[in-house]
Write a protein that binds this ligand. Sequence first.
Ligand SMILES: [Zn+2]
Length: 272
Amino acid sequence: MRRRRWPLLIVGLILLTLLVGNFDSLRSDLYAARRAGQVQAAQFAAGGDQVRANSHFVLYYPRRDGNYASLVLAAAEKAYGKVTGDLGYSPPGKLTIVMYPTQAALAAAVGGLPDETVVGLYWEGIIRIPYPGTWIPAAWPESVRAAYFFQNGPMAHELTHLVLDYRTDGNYPSWFTEGLAQYEDKKITGYVWTSPRDNEKPYSYAQLDGSFYSLPDQALAYHQALSLVERLARLRGQAGLRSLIARLAVGTRFPAAVQQVYGLTPERLASP
Ligand SMILES: [Zn+2]
């Protein structure tokens, strides 16, 4: 019964939106409806696990979790105020986190992972993480594990992806969400994944704006994405980024939104 409601809702949204003649709104409504369906499906799949919630999050976690659930929820809550404040948006309701018992289970849920170093990802409306016990020793004292997880874990980064996605319903290029997530992560936890390397030929803006996740040197692509967002932040500060995101939220295309807020094209932004 749950699965049947979504097609009817989507047909209803299509008819409603055609009546008011707003294509951007239709795209946004369809995106949000699909994402909500994916969140429900993931919650249903995790139904046999344990559930715990705090002010802003609900976490589904495996029965043998080794007391990692509390540190995951605490880290998410700690990042919440900073990320939502910086992006100027708090998504409605509690946000879903799913902890998978193994890296393989996470990979199966999202159709594969690039490698085994992934400690979390935002996908289809949900922050998804593998069991942190695979990279944080259970023997460490609880306070040490909590601090280590917050600083080296995925919560600030993935929460940024989530808030941007719920705010704009997918209206952003991949490089922007990856740059913004790294920018927030660096501000909040100090974590930086990649550093610039000498003698590396940077990707062009067209390459970054194309199939970002297919570029062969992901470390370089991620580094360039962070650099572009840092450039935006230097130009107009956090208020400028909030203005840019607010324009994306009403359906303005990314190049036009950059032009409106910063007075330049994304290509110009990316030029040396
Ligand atoms: Zn990311």
